[in-house]
Write a protein that binds this ligand. Structure first.
Ligand SMILES: [Zn+2]
Ligand SMILES: [Zn+2]
Ligand SMILES: [Zn+2]
Length: 513
């Protein structure tokens, strides 16, 4: 059994059940209840939380693989479902109460579903609105909001759209959206223009050779640098040379055998009405590490920039060494961390990586294992995998940590909104007398499986009452234990019950301390 060729990223999760003869008859669509990138989602599925899915889709439309289709992912709270389903987690580009999904993610979801059907010989999607059909959702099996108020009402249309596509015999292969990068690089059909940034199309990067190649490879960061240059000068940027396939590179006079052009990492540019020396200076200031300034009549008046990870500045075809073009971005070698370094900064780095779900010891010593983990992290983030921690890796770390902390946190606002929606109070995210008056009593005896149990469980866990366990929608003994500790710590009567309109509700809703 195969996996989808639409994936841009793979990180297999240990949280799955290996199967020998799984036959995929169903598709189950979930929402992440967070705006996780496919990399963050992968890291969550590496963790001790016993969860995973076969695929994940980010708000940028990229698709990741976490569990091979031939194995059972732990996604839908039902082994009966997951052992015959391909499960998909889709990121939300807004939080409660709407939990929307981006257009790119939605388009990728349709493409992925179509592809799953074709490869698994599912000839038609039969959406029945319950678990007997072959398009299922999480809330058929557990007390959960998943797939959420945005995706759930769209299941019917998803089924309709996929069936329409499946009937069209002509389209056998789902076309990949070429504006979605694969492992940090765009891979575009030569001659077919795909918009990669506001002012740049893929065809501008095509190899200049004739009948030599079909695919143009372009580093995502190269496009970012070029767009930055275009925006800064407000002048058109003419790319004279970008991707060169190896066959064509071999024919180009003076071209290096290791030319960055062969890897889609380089572009030679002329900016309208701007002196090349100014372009080189600006490129240096924004952190471009590979810059060649060709600023004589003989050299052709252009600037070569590339996305190499360590600095190389030169002048002209003679490749004269330059320390700077005046852009003031000389990387201070003392600030870099790499193998052999020791101390608090290394310890902090290891802690950060550990928090992101990577396995390594926090010992303050940058050894082979730390280097391996740094490389894995760089690979996961789509940045140059050199095992050296400089400004790019540091900012990627900060972004990943921020995203993870946002994903993991169930804030008071989220809780109030969830509660208001469930009890039919005005969903304004502020807890006042109206909200309080509409609350209901919850305990192991009353409303034990009411939909309100899930947000209360999440709120208790976020407040530090982790003995509440998973948000499984059942107010059992763990639930009572957590409520009792909350009541005890606030000097209230420990009855383990959250009584309608009373003190424990006020505590949960943040109305009293
Ligand atoms: Zn779900
Ligand atoms: Zn070529
Ligand atoms: Zn060049």
């Amino acid at each position: 059994m195969s996996n989808s060729s639409l994936i841009c990223y793979t990180k297999l999760s240990p949280n799955c059940t290996k199967m020998t003869n799984k036959i995929n008859k169903k598709i189950t669509i979930h929402h992440m209840a967070g705006n996780c990138s496919i990399e963050t989602c992968a890291n969550v599925f590496q963790g001790s939380r016993k969860a995973s899915s076969n695929y994940g889709i980010g708000s940028d439309g990229r698709i990741g693989l976490y569990v091979n289709e031939c194995d059972r992912a732990w996604t839908s709270s039902s082994s009966a479902n997951d052992s015959q389903a391909v499960t998909i987690e889709v990121a939300n580009n807004s939080g409660a109460p709407n939990w929307t999904v981006s257009d790119k993610a939605y388009a990728s979801l349709l493409n992925l579903c179509e592809d799953i059907c074709r490869r698994n010989k599912i000839t038609e999607i039969n959406f029945t609105g319950d678990k007997s059909g072959n398009l299922t959702m999480h809330n058929y099996f557990a007390n959960t909001l998943c797939p959420g108020p945005y995706l759930e009402p769209r299941f019917k249309n998803i089924a309709k759209e996929i069936n329409k596509r499946l009937k069209n015999e002509q389209v056998q292969v789902v076309e990949r959206d070429e504006s979605i990068p694969v492992e940090g690089f765009y891979r575009c059909t030569k001659g077919k223009a795909t918009q990669l940034a506001k002012n740049f199309k893929s065809t501008e990067f095509d190899c200049n050779g004739d009948n030599c190649c079909k695919e143009t490879i372009i580093d995502v960061n190269l496009v970012k640098f070029l767009q930055n240059i275009r925006t800064h000068f407000g002048k058109s940027v003419n790319i004279t040379n970008a991707y060169r396939c190896p066959a064509h590179n071999a024919k180009v006079a003076n071209a290096s055998k290791q030319s960055k052009h062969m890897y889609g990492m380089a572009a030679d540019i002329k900016v309208k009405d701007v002196a090349p020396a100014e372009v080189a200076k600006y490129a240096e200031s924004i952190g471009v590490l590979g810059i060649g300034l060709y600023d004589t009549d003989k050299d052709g008046h252009f600037v070569h920039i590339d996305t190499r990870p360590t600095k190389a500045f030169w002048f002209g075809h003679a490749q004269e060494y330059r320390a700077t073009f005046g852009g003031g971005n000389e990387t201070d070698l003392d600030t870099l961390l790499n193998r052999g370094d020791k101390g608090d900064r290394v310890r902090k780095l290891q802690q950060d990586l550990k928090e992101l779900g990577y396995k390594l010891a926090v010992d303050g010593s940058f050894g082979a294992k730390t280097e391996e983990v740094v490389k894995q992290f760089q690979f996961d983030m789509g940045i140059t995998k050199d095992g050296v921690v400089g400004p790019t890796t540091e900012s990627a770390l900060a972004r990943a940590l921020e995203a993870k902390r946002e994903d993991g946190e169930y804030g008071l606002d989220d809780f109030i909104l969830d509660v208001q929606k469930i009890i039919g109070a005005e969903p304004d995210g502020k807890a006042g007398p109206e909200t309080l008056s509409k609350t209901i009593t919850v305990s192991s005896k009353i409303n034990k499986h009411h939909p309100i149990v899930v947000p209360i469980q999440k709120r208790l866990a976020a407040m530090g009452y982790t003995e509440v366990g998973d948000a499984d929608g059942s107010a059992g003994s763990k639930f009572t234990k957590a409520v009792k500790r909350l009541q005890k710590e606030r000097g209230k009567r420990q009855d383990g019950e959250i009584t309608k309109g009373q003190t424990t509700w006020k505590l949960l809703l943040g109305m009293i301390k």
